[in-house]
Design a protein around this ligand. Structure first.
Ligand code: BZD
Length: 787
């Protein structure tokens, strides 16, 4: 789709000239309506192309306005018109609220994938839920996280969506299954189910200057219309029960919780999604048997795994295929991405819940499992230690990852290390049975959003040096390597970083009243708060520096600003306590005259995509310090690398692949290796008390948590102390503390030789093109979806 620039400018001018009210929000809606109008006349499912459907419980795109205008090549024209009518373009753009329909990395990855699918000209469609409330807004009151509802849809509606009531779908829960026999064939019917209407809302996704228009469909749950015989009270309760399905996003990114509402959300998504895909397909295309050559379905973690039995139900119960025929279609169409190895995050649904909510689906899962167990028994595979090890259904629970593996033709992890551990440890028996199914697809990020959009200064500079080609083919960033000894280039690179730091400092000052030291190292730790991500290790180092400011002030040779941004899951008490500790230490350090001009600590509340767009271009140091083996990939690491930060990190997730590209000379690595962590976990021989008793620095730092010298929640601080010293230090903070301090010293030393520092930044930028999600999507397209 090409929108003619002049036509767009004319149309926009015509609307803005008499716009009422003259608010930024109104201007935003005007622009979005025009873009949607232009795009709707062009959107079509290209009938000959294979269609990819990306099913995800979360999409975290943030704002669309600038991405869309950039992709449509209308950004400058739009700014021009806005200015003509005395609007401030940034104000208009920033009036868009973030669509925060995701928790963190997994949802953000889904958004980058949609962007890349369109940019590469594939027909890709997101399938998600339209939560009325997105991820909570975070406030800090008295050093505590407070969660507030996120009303991302304003009174005037959400600018980018279009409601499509004519394409609504009925989703059925509960009821009882009735079996009958017709000509040798068992048929299944659901009696008296609860019926809920799924209404799709479509959001256009534009390819980068290539006329491709894809879409993200988010489904909203609504009740069936009232019948004449239903009482007001009964109807009110039906309506409530329907609408609660898409009322809010579960705000936990790391812990499985068997809540019935979550199960209903998952089934609602997959049932509405796959039904609509089949309706669409059968209207326009060929036979059911041809589906695998026309459609690919990717499931983002196990959350949409019920698509496997739901797809079977539709093919067998509603389209009369035999079990074998149906299974072959499902298996050749669906593939599964795993995002975590952590046991507490693996979904296991109680049998009673699934039976009660989805009785027919439960029977199908049992049948899938029966056939799977028979197959294993028939093959006499010895590696299955017991039935418990192989069965989808054991005792009282359904193992969703097992169901996903058995019903998918391909299973991938999201970084090399992660995929290896997945294959050799977590799903070992399954990878022996289905070796050909397991593969790796290292994550990526949209360089359009995270470099072109977020960092225009750096973008223009790169383009001046190496031309435009890197925008379409980001691996061409390696062309920058010829400038690593060019003083003028390195000076300019430094100047750009400085301007981005000032931009952030102004924003922070306006919002919080904190004056950031603009010439300090901006040391950035932004991601969800979790024990394994080790924000606390960062803070222990900060507290150690605090002691140093008092004891040996000359040891701090370069001023440093530690910037944290993190939301904790509301039910994750330990994570919330760490936030309290960070904010407590921050307030005391920032007021201590001894630390003045040396160290500063900021906890920026309500970390989200829009904030990330400001923080990432300003980062000097990127903190990627998870306990090795725990972070599946990470994507913040890639964003900061692309924006010219240096990484301090463990050999975990995609960090390893970053060092493969730039070598450890251009990366501050430290800490236990994954195999060491796994070995300790198995042999139980790690004793944090040994480390504690040998390290005076640690003793001094940790003493503060229990001696009352920190203001705030003493119970919380003591609990943190015990988790580290007495309760086994699950995430090996004390063990890695020494080597982390050493690596941080190297950071400081390197910053004292600015030329070498800048050179390393340029080398990191040069190699970051590999981490564009265009590369990732090209790999999925070729090796998984066979587009
Ligand atoms: O997925 C994250 C991993 O922790 C990262 O290492 C990885 O880079 C990204 C993308 O692959 N996982 C999540 O973000 N997970 C969730 O957000 C989540 C949400 C709901 C339930 C469980 C997990």
């Amino acid at each position: 789709m090409t929108i003619n620039k002049d036509r767009f400018k004319k149309a926009l001018s015509k609307q803005l000239v008499n716009a009422e009210p003259r608010t930024p929000q109104h201007a935003l809606h005007t622009i979005a309506s025009l873009v949607k109008e232009f795009s709707e006349s062009n959107e079509s499912k290209s009938p000959h192309k294979k269609q990819v459907y990306y099913f995800s419980m979360e999409f975290l795109p943030g704002r669309f306005i600038e991405t869309n205008l950039l992709n449509l090549d209308l950004l400058d024209s739009c700014k021009e018109v806005l200015e003509t009518f005395q609007y401030e373009p940034t104000e208009v753009f920033q009036s868009e609220l973030d669509a925060a329909l995701g928790n963190g990395g997994l949802g953000r990855l889904a958004a980058c994938f949609l962007d890349s699918l369109a940019a590469l000209g594939y027909s890709g469609h997101g399938m998600g839920l339209r939560y009325q409330y997105g991820l909570f807004k975070q406030k800090i009151n008295n050093q505590q996280q407070v969660e507030l509802p996120d009303q991302w849809v304003s009174d005037s509606g959400y600018a980018w969506e279009a409601r499509k009531p004519d394409q609504a779908i009925v989703v059925r829960f509960g009821g009882s299954v009735h079996m009958s026999q017709h000509n040798d064939r068992l048929t299944f019917h659901l009696h008296n189910p609860e019926e809920i209407i799924a209404v799709p809302y479509q959001i256009p996704i534009f390819g980068y200057k290539n006329n491709q228009v894809n879409d993200l469909t988010i489904w909203r749950a609504e009740s069936t219309p009232a019948t004449s015989d239903i009482t007001f009270e009964a109807y009110a309760s039906t309506k409530r029960k329907a609408e609660e399905i898409t009322e809010f996003l579960y705000p936990d990114d790391s812990h499985y919780d068997g809540k019935v509402l979550r199960l209903r959300q998952q089934y609602f998504l997959v049932s509405a999604g796959i039904q609509s895909i089949l309706v669409d397909y059968l209207q326009n295309e060929g036979t059911l048997q041809e589906i695998p050559s026309k459609i690919a379905i990717q499931i983002n973690d196990t959350h949409p795994t019920l698509i496997i039995p739901e797809f079977m139900r539709l093919l067998v119960d509603e389209h009369d295929l035999s079990w074998e025929e149906a299974w072959s279609i499902v298996l050749s169409t669906v593939s599964y991405t795993n995002h975590t190895l952590m046991n507490e995050a693996l979904e296991k649904w109680p049998v009673f819940l699934v039976k009660e909510q989805l009785p027919r689906i439960f029977l199908i899962i049992e049948e899938i499992n029966r056939r799977h167990c028979l197959d294993v028994e028939y093959r006499g595979l010895e590696e299955w230690e017991s039935l418990n090890d192989l069965s989808i259904v054991t005792d009282d629970v359904i193992h969703m990852a097992r169901l996903a593996v058995i019903g998918s033709h391909t299973i991938n992890g999201v970084a090399k290390l992660h995929s290896t551990i997945l294959k050799d440890e977590l799903l070992k028996s399954f990878s022996i049975r289905f070796p050909e199914r397991f593969t790796n697809k290292t994550n990526g990020i949209s360089h359009r959003q995270w470099l072109l959009n977020a960092n225009p200064l750096l973008t223009n500079f790169i383009t001046r040096l190496i031309g435009e080609s890197w925008k379409e083919n980001p691996v061409n960033l390696t062309k920058l390597l010829k400038y690593t000894d060019d003083d003028a280039v390195l000076d300019e690179l430094h100047a750009i970083k400085q301007q981005n730091k000032q931009r952030l400092a102004h924003k922070v000052f306006a919002k919080t009243g904190h004056q950031i030291m603009e010439h300090s190292i901006f040391d950035v730790h932004i991601k969800r708060l979790h024990g394994y991500k080790r924000q606390l290790l960062n803070l222990l180092h900060v507290m150690y520096l605090w002691d140093l400011c008092h004891d040996k002030p000359d040891a701090i040779k370069v001023p440093r600003t530690f910037i944290f941004g993190a939301k904790a899951a509301p039910g994750y008490l330990y994570a919330k306590r760490i936030i309290s500790l960070i904010t407590s230490v921050a307030s005391q350090i920032n007021e201590d005259p001894v630390t003045k001009g040396k160290i500063q600590v900021l906890f920026l509340p309500n970390y989200n995509v829009s904030q990330a767009e400001l923080i990432i271009p300003a980062a000097d140091i990127s903190e990627q310090i998870s306990t090795a083996s725990k972070e599946a990939s990470g994507t913040g690491n890639m964003k900061m690398m692309m924006n010219g930060a240096l990484t301090i990190g463990t050999m975990d997730g995609a960090n390893i692949e970053m060092t493969d590209l730039v070598s450890t000379d251009h990366f501050f690595d430290f800490g236990l290796r994954a195999q060491e962590v796994l070995a300790y976990e198995q042999n139980g021989q790690y004793d944090p008390r040994e480390v504690f008793h040998q390290d005076r620095r640690l003793q001094k730092v940790l003493h503060r948590l229990v001696n009352g010298s920190l203001k705030g929640d003493q119970v919380a601080f003591q609990d943190i102390y015990y988790s580290l010293v007495e309760n086994g230090d699950e995430y090996f903070l004390l063990k890695d503390f020494g080597s982390y301090v050493q690596a941080q010293n190297q950071v400081q030393e390197l910053y004292l030789t600015p030329r070498t520092w800048q050179k390393k930044c340029l080398i990191n930028i040069s190699h970051s093109g590999y981490f564009s999600s265009d590369r990732t999507i090209a790999e999925y397209a070729k090796e998984i979806w066979h587009l």
